[in-house]
Design a protein around this ligand. Structure first.
Ligand SMILES: Cc1ncc(COP(=O)(O)O)c(C=O)c1O
Length: 420
C-alpha cells in the first residue's frame, strides 16, 4: 500500500508515527539518529497532483534540486518524469548523475561561472535562465569559443513583492539580487538576436518561496505575458515560459497554496500565448514527504525555561534559526495521556541560535525519547553542514514497507577527507 491516498503524511497508527508502513521508532533503531526519512509514496502523490493540475499546458516539471538533491530521490523523480532546475555545477552533476537528461534541465542563479556555463553547454541543457547582462555576455563568449549555441530565457524581475514567511525568501521585487530589471529586458533580448551563439527561446520569473496566495503569481505572469507579446513582434522566437517555484505547503499551521486554483488561472493564459510551461517546484514536491528524527539527550529545567536538548540541531536542520522556519514537533512513539508543556527544543551546537523550536507546547518529552520534526524533506539535509564537527546524518527512503538507506551517515574520516 502506497501512502499517496493519505491526506496527511506521517500519520499516527496505533499511537506511533509511521512513514509508509514503517514506525519511525523502528527506523531510528535501525539507522540511528539524527536521521532524515522520506516517504516516496507521498512524493509520487505530489508529482501526480502537479501533473493533473497543470496538464493542459504540457508542463516541464523541473524539480528544484536545491530543495533536496539526494541522488536516489532524483532518480525516483526522473522516473516520475521530472526534469531539474539547477543552480550550480554541483547540482548539474547531481542531476545528470541521476540520469536526468540535459534537455530537461534549466539553470538559474546569479553567479554562473565560466566553468559552470561550459559544463551546462556540454550537457545540452534546455535553457539558461539568465540573471544579468554580464552573465548573458559571458554565456555568449563561452558558447562562441565552443562553437555551440546557448538556449536561454531571461529571468525577469517583475517587481512583485509576494508575501512569504521571511524577507529572505522573497525574490521578485526590485531590491533583491535576482533577475534582470524589468526595464532592461527588451534591450537584452534585442542584443541577443544579433548574436550567433545565443538562442532566446524563453522567459522566466521566480518570485519567492513558500507563497500561499495565487495572486502574486498571476500578477507576475501577466506582466511577463505583456513583454512576450512585444518581444514576439520584434522577432524573438519564444517557446517557453517558466514561472519558477515557491509553491507554498502547510507546515502544520497556516494554509498551503491551492494548486488547482493556481493552475486554473495560469494554464489558459500560457496555452493562449502558445508557450510551453516550465514549473520549478522544490519544497512542494518533497517538503511534506520528509521527517527529521532526533532523540532527546537531556531535559534541562530549573530556570525560566525548559530546554529539551536533542541530538540534532542547526547543523542538520537550519530552517528554524536561519529564517524562522516552523516545524511541528512531537514524540514519534505513544504519547499516552501526557500533558503539553512549553519548551525550547534545542540542539547541541554552541550557538544560542541553535534551536528547532522556541516556546513550543509539546507533550512533555522524556530523556531518550524520539522526536519527529515534520515537514523536513525540503531545505533540510540540503542545507546541512559540518559546523561544530558534526557528521551529516543518514537519509532513508521508505516506499510502503520497503526501506532503503539512500545516504549513509558520515564518519569522522569523512570530516577530514581532502584536507592536507
Ligand atoms: C529559481 C528558483 N526556482 C525554484 C525554486 C524552488 O522553490 P521552492 O522550493 O519554494 O519551490 C527556488 C528556490 O529558491 C529558486 O530560487
Amino acid at each position: 500500500m502506497g501512502t499517496s491516498v493519505l491526506t496527511q503524511p506521517f500519520p499516527r497508527v496505533e499511537g506511533r508515527v509511521v512513514c509508509g508502513e514503517v514506525p519511525l521508532e523502528d527506523l531510528a533503531t535501525e539507522y540511528g539518529t539524527p536521521l532524515y526519512v522520506y516517504d516516496l509514496g507521498w512524493i509520487r502523490g505530489r508529482v501526480a497532483a502537479f501533473r493533473e493540475a497543470f496538464e493542459g499546458a504540457g508542463p516541464l516539471l523541473a524539480y528544484s534540486v536545491k530543495a533536496n538533491g539526494n541522488l536516489t530521490l532524483l532518480r525516483e523523480l526522473r522516473a516520475l518524469g521530472c526534469g531539474a532546475d539547477i543552480t550550480s555545477g554541483g547540482e548539474l552533476y547531481r542531476a545528470v548523475s541521476a540520469g536526468i537528461d540535459g534537455s530537461e534541465i534549466v539553470f538559474a542563479g546569479v553567479g554562473k561561472s565560466e566553468a559552470e556555463i561550459a559544463f551546462a553547454l556540454d550537457e545540452g541543457i534546455y535553457a539558461f535562465n539568465v540573471e544579468s547582462r554580464s552573465e548573458l555576455e559571458r554565456i555568449d563568449r563561452v558558447a562562441t569559443e565552443k562553437g555551440m549555441t546557448a538556449r536561454f530565457g531571461i529571468r525577469v524581475n517583475p517587481n512583485v513583492l509576494a508575501s512569504t514567511p521571511h524577507q529572505y525568501t522573497a525574490t521578485g521585487h526590485s531590491e533583491t539580487k535576482f533577475g534582470v530589471p524589468w526595464e532592461e529586458t527588451r534591450a537584452l533580448y534585442r542584443w541577443a538576436l544579433g548574436r550567433d551563439a545565443l538562442d532566446p527561446i524563453g522567459i522566466d520569473v521566480h518570485i519567492g518561496s513558500q507563497i500561499v496566495d495565487t495572486e502574486p503569481y498571476v500578477q507576475a505572469l501577466d506582466r511577463v505575458l505583456g513583454v512576450v507579446t512585444e518581444l514576439r513582434q520584434e522577432g524573438v522566437p519564444l517557446e517557453y515560459l517558466d514561472i519558477g517555484g515557491g509553491f507554498g505547503i502547510s507546515y502544520g499551521h497556516g494554509p498551503a497554496l491551492d494548486l488547482e486554483s493556481l493552475a486554473a488561472q495560469i494554464v489558459p493564459r500560457v496555452v493562449d500565448a502558445g508557450l510551453r510551461l516550465v514549473l520549478e517546484p522544490g519544497r512542494s514536491l518533497v517538503g511534506e514527504a520528509g521527517a527529521f528524527l532526533t532523540r532527546v539527550q537531556y531535559v534541562k529545567s530549573g530556570g525560566p525555561k525548559t530546554f529539551v536538548i536533542v541530538d540534532g540541531g542547526m547543523s542538520e536542520l537550519i530552517r528554524p534559526s536561519h529564517y524562522g522556519g516552523y516545524h511541528a514537533i512531537e514524540p514519534a512513539g505513544p504519547i499516552g495521556d501526557r500533558e503539553a508543556t512549553t519548551v525550547d527544543v534545542v540542539g547541541p551546537i554552541c550557538e544560542t541560535g541553535d534551536f528547532l523550536a522556541l516556546d513550543r507546547p509539546i507533550p512533555e518529552p522524556r530523556e531518550g525519547e524520539l522526536l519527529a520534526v515534520r515537514t523536513s524533506g525540503a531545505y533540510g539535509f540540503s542545507m546541512a553542514s559540518n559546523y561544530n564537527g558534526r557528521l551529516r546524518p543518514a537519509e532513508v527512503l521508505v516506499d510502503g514497507a520497503e526501506v532503503r538507506l539512500v545516504r549513509r551517515r558520515e564518519t569522522y574520516q569523512d570530516l577530514i577527507r581532502g584536507e592536507a
